[in-house]
Design a protein around this ligand. Structure first.
Ligand SMILES: Nc1nc2c(c(=O)[nH]1)N[C@H]1C(S)=C(S)[C@@H](COP(=O)(O)O)O[C@H]1N2
Ligand SMILES: [Mo]
Length: 158
C-alpha cells in the first residue's frame, strides 16, 4: 500500500511478504473523508480484508455466479470513512453516486473473482461492485443496477 499522506490506514498495512508479481500495482484509490484523506490500495492489501463469497444473478450475465471479494463496509471501516455518499469511478470514466447506507443495509462487495477465476481487466475486472441482488427484492431494480460499477478504480467518500 502506498499512501500520499503517510499516516493513512495503518490498520490495512501488510507487513513483510515481498510483493508477488503484479500484486503491488495500485488497483483502487480511496479518497475524501477517510483517515489521511487518500490511500492507494494494491491487490495484496485488498486480499488481506476478510474474503466474502456471494452467489447472485446479475443483469449482464446469464444464470447465477459465485463472486469473491470483500465487503465494502469492511474497507470503509478500516479507513475510518465518514460520510453520506461514496462516488465510485471506473477505468472507463463511468461515475455513479452510491449512498453510504447501501453498504450497511446490504452485503455489497467489491468482487475480484467470479466462479473461482479473477475478473479479467478487459471485461468486468479487475474490481466489480456486486450487490446481493437475489437476496433482496428491493435490489432487483434499475436504481441499484447502475451502482454495479465494473472496472472500479476509485471511491471518493463525501
Ligand atoms: N464501469 C462501468 N460500470 C457500469 C456501467 C458502465 O457503463 N461502466 N453501466 C452501469 C449501468 S447504467 C447498469 S444498468 C449496469 C448494467 O449495465 P449494462 O446493462 O449496460 O450492461 O452496470 C453499471 N455499471
Ligand atoms: Mo443502466
Amino acid at each position: 500500500m502506498r499512501t500520499r499522506t503517510g499516516a493513512a490506514a495503518g490498520a490495512l498495512m501488510l507487513m513483510g511478504a515481498a510483493a508477488q508479481a503484479g500484486m503491488d500495482k495500485v488497483i483502487l484509490q480511496v479518497t475524501g473523508e477517510i483517515t489521511g484523506s487518500a490511500v492507494e490500495l494494491d491487490r495484496q492489501t485488498l486480499d488481506a480484508l476478510p474474503q466474502v463469497t456471494l452467489e447472485t444473478s446479475t443483469v449482464v450475465t446469464d444464470g447465477t455466479h459465485s463472486f469473491t471479494g470483500f465487503l465494502v463496509r469492511d474497507l470503509l471501516e478500516r479507513l475510518d470513512a465518514k460520510g453520506e455518499l461514496v462516488i465510485a469511478t471506473a477505468l472507463n470514466d463511468y461515475v455513479v453516486e452510491i449512498p453510504m447506507a447501501d453498504f450497511y443495509d446490504f452485503e455489497v462487495i467489491v468482487a475480484y473473482g467470479m466462479d473461482g477465476e479473477p475478473l479479467p481487466r478487459n471485461d468486468k475486472g479487475p474490481l466489480w461492485i456486486v450487490y446481493p441482488r437475489d437476496d433482496y427484492e428491493v435490489l432487483q431494480d434499475i436504481r441499484y443496477d447502475y451502482r454495479w460499477v465494473w472496472q472500479l478504480s476509485h471511491l471518493e467518500v463525501q
